[in-house]
Design a protein around this ligand. Structure first.
Ligand SMILES: C[S@@+](CC[C@H](N)C(=O)[O-])C[C@H]1O[C@@H](n2cnc3c(N)ncnc32)[C@H](O)[C@@H]1O
Length: 262
């Protein structure tokens, strides 16, 4: 585990990631050291009422709802889907997902920040973007046609609908950053872990928006192990972030970037 500051370059983060994984004979007690149940409860207590108040719609409604961009953030159906203060966090997630080069899957295009970092990463042979919302998928296609530097393809649809187009065991890296579409997905980003494990090749890396401040809570860690990841191949970085006071979905000054290796 290491701290990533906003001054780190992507190369520094990448190198640190490699060192970290080489030393990665961590055990469950060690990995849980930094986590605090009180912190987790606080995040949960802050988040649940926000989602309750905005409310969830049918999953299919998400696909055709207007995507509202204001230059710094994205809202869909009143939900605060993505904000640009997450930039350093997206850089850290992209560094993990792209650390092997090769074929990288990204779920959730949002503002395209992590996609931009993946586009700058060396050795990527294929960048696959899955995006459910039609307006956002159109932006992803514009990114593919104008900004992307690697061969990039956009699969439009809920990941559950299109993931079979990606062969099992084919991916070198995965960045999962889909916004929760129902209450069961709030603070449950590990719900993609079993799918990620199946799609990665041995040695492939998986990372995702974690909803964790300083370490994995026990149930989160155990869900990753149940999905197939060996305890010694589960690690994380702590990333410094500065969300504005009015951010509805994150109120802490750190968030962890999971580093899982198949
Ligand atoms: C938080 S944003 C992604 C942010 C992105 N990493 C960035 O750097 O801007 C989440 C995105 O995931 C999409 N999404 C949510 N649920 C999804 C699902 N089940 N399948 C595919 N895309 C989904 C949303 O429409 C949204 O564009």
């Amino acid at each position: 585990m290491r701290m990533v500051t906003n001054d780190d370059t992507s190369a520094d983060v990448d190198q640190a990631t490699r060192v970290l994984v080489a030393e990665n004979e961590v055990n469950r007690d060690l990995i849980l050291e930094g986590m605090s149940e009180a912190e987790t409860r606080r995040v949960r207590d802050e988040l649940i009422p926000v989602y309750d108040e905005i409310g969830f719609h049918a999953r299919q409604a998400w696909k055709s709802a207007p995507a509202v961009y204001d230059g710094h953030s994205l809202k869909i159906l009143g939900h605060p889907v993505m904000e640009d203060w997450e930039d350093p966090y997206m850089a850290a997630l992209a560094a993990v997902a792209a650390s092997n080069g090769g074929q990288v899957l990204e779920v959730g295009f949002g503002l395209g920040i992590s996609a931009g970092y993946i586009a700058q990463s060396p050795g990527i042979t294929r960048h696959i973007i899955i995006e459910a919302n039609a307006d956002v998928a159109e932006r992803a296609r514009q990114f593919r046609d104008g900004i992307a530097t690697h061969p990039t393809e956009v699969l439009e649809g809920l990941w559950e609908e299109v993931i079979d187009e990606v062969p099992d065991g084919s991916l070198d890296g995965i960045l999962f950053d889909a916004y929760p579409l129902d209450q069961s997905e709030v603070m449950n980003q590990a719900h993609f872990a079993a799918t990620a494990y199946r799609k990665l090749r041995p040695g492939g890396r998986f990372t995702y928006f974690s909803d964790e401040i300083s370490g994995f809570r026990a149930e989160h860690f155990d869900a990753l192990v149940a999905a197939g990841f060996a305890p010694g191949n589960i690690d994380f970085e702590i990333v410094n972030v500065t969300p504005p006071e009015d951010c509805q979905y994150w109120k802490s000054d750190t968030i962890i970037a999971p580093i899982l290796t198949k």
